[in-house]
Design a protein around this ligand. Sequence first.
Ligand code: UDX
Length: 447
Amino acid sequence: MNLAVIGTGYVGLVTGTCFAETGNNVTCVDIDVNKVERLRKGEITIFEPGLDVLFERNSKQGRLKFTTDLNEAVASAQIIFLALPTPPGEDGSADLSYIMGVAKQLSHLIKDYKIIIDKSTVPVGTAERVHAIIAENTSETLFDVVSNPEFLREGVAVDDFMKPDRVVIGTTSERARKVMKQLYEPFVRQGNPIYFMDERSAEMTKYAANSYLATRISFMNEIANLCEKVNANVDMVRMGMGSDSRIGKRFLFPGVGYGGSCFPKDVQALARTATDFDYDFRILNAVMGVNDQQRYTLAEKIKAYFGQDLRGHTIGIWGLAFKPNTDDIREAPALYIIESLLAAGAKVKAFDPEAMNNIQRYFGDQIELCKDQYEVLIDADALAIVTEWSLFRTPSFQVMKELMKQDVIFDGRNLYDLEAMAEHGFHYHSIGRESVGKKAMQYEKDI
Ligand code: UDX
């Protein structure tokens, strides 16, 4: 099949590349001339494990092309994916100007039957709005608009795309349904379902899924905070809870709050939709409130330990990306933690295996970027672990102790065993577990 994917951001590039991999001819369109030039030269513009191999193979074999010419891409495609940004507007609602702008252009370009697919996360009712705009200049018999939300996690997006738990397709058109089934069949050979539903339910499904996952995280963060007060261990609680098959083990990890380009934006947008429809979605407001606080939890622990004024203190940071295996720092808890530490007068040194360039652009020379995780520790009064990169799971504790000025660790991801940390002689503070180490005990009594 011939596909056009409009927007070569994260979702567009993964979508286009993976559809090319199953034998479709895909033309990706973007208005950014430089980006298209780089992609044409074979240079991949995002970091996503496994994508480079597919990108190279399909580009070389001519199934994956890039252009700035929307007209040309649309003329040859029967299926047109919209993978455009929907940034939050000032009131929290998703800004649909990119999508509506492209829909307007499409309305002048459609000459034979096409399926226009909303891949971006868009509020309920968007498919209908896109339909209405295209219908201003095109006969309704010449197109269908389908909602087909993505459920890709950064870092494992290729796997999520190639072997999805489910595919959700919102369309009431029989003609579009047949084409979509054919397009997605190669991805669900192992028997996972394709759910067909109306457009509004498909749009709602995406927000409901992301908001529910964010709710689980905020819930566990509150359980962890309470565990600290009642002297319980959240890791034990998590395992005890998660082995109930009604609850499940995944997505129950407390930490430094959820970040990234999806959860914060989508929870906010769903709350906004609720308000627009005169519904007070109380749980979502609590989920956001808990997350806003949790993002500062490591910085607060550090200040509780050393005092509010951190001048003269050096804090090392391990991990800047919002999660491992990505260079993405959008809404990353590290940003909030570092800002809070800098505001308190601390000197901040940091290392991340992938996100250094992005963080450099964000903080400039306000923080010192180090070449590896050990350089961060030289003369550090404390280490704060923000992202759970595998690299940080089994460090040499001996070397760490030799390099650090004080043996203090604030672990936002519960990477280490409490007993082991006590044996190594660290003052070790984590999330939802007792602090270990001599001074830690004193500090616990004080707060
Ligand atoms: C998410 C959804 O998982 C995906 O389906 C959707 O399409 C886009 O949004 P992503 O943002 O890539 O994907 O990351 P995810 O792995 O879901 O993690 C989101 C955030 O939640 C991260 O900041 C992560 O650290 C945090 N998280 C996740 C926790 O704090 N605890 C957990 O148990 C799981």
